[in-house]
Write a new protein. Structure first.
Length: 178
């Protein structure tokens, strides 16, 4: 799927694991600075994330899409069947990250819509996403029509943080926007 400015959204392949790992770590270290403890952010490594993405990309129940520019992969989104206890939501947006230099340009929206469409085509017509409460992306999910539906505490490094879930009971509207 081609989008403006020579950017492409495409399905990830095994060879993309290293580039996805770099985006994942780099975006965590910029987006979550001041939200997640610094000691936790320092533990994130490209090698560890590459191993994770190697497994995820080859799992047919996971759907990973990339935002790619001429310079390389600048973002990604990943989703599949809901892994939690929120039975009203069949699908889940597991992760979405963009390099800081490419945020606020509509790419996050395109990646989210791509995942919603993929899940919709597999019969998952509702979707949930978990996000740290202090993450500026909360506003992004609200603007996409997500409603806050749950919250829970998680431990990252030396801190207990709150995650909130945004959900769409009918992703049809999102899918039509894809």
């Amino acid at each position: 799927m081609n989008i403006s400015d020579g950017l492409t959204i495409r399905r990830a392949v095994h060879a993309d694991a290293r580039a996805i790992a770099r985006v994942h770590v780099d975006s965590w270290q910029t987006t979550y600075r001041g939200i997640v403890p610094e000691d936790y952010l320092k533990t994130l490594t490209y090698e560890e994330r590459e191993k994770k993405w190697d497994r995820v990309i080859t799992d047919p129940s996971n759907h990973t899409f990339l935002a790619e520019a001429a310079s390389g992969i600048i973002g990604f989104a990943n989703g599949g069947r809901n892994r939690g206890d929120e039975s009203d939501f069949a699908g889940e947006l597991y992760a979405i990250y963009l390099l800081q230099t490419h945020q606020q340009q509509g790419l996050g929206r395109r990646l989210t819509l791509t995942i919603a469409k993929e899940l919709h085509q597999e019969g998952m017509r509702s979707m949930i996403v978990w996000v740290l409460r202090n993450n500026p992306a909360c506003e992004f999910y609200r603007k996409l029509g997500g409603k806050q539906v749950a919250s829970k505490l998680i431990v990252l490094g030396s801190a207990t943080l709150e995650e909130v879930a945004y959900g769409w009971l009918d992703t049809g509207e999102l899918v039509r926007g894809a």
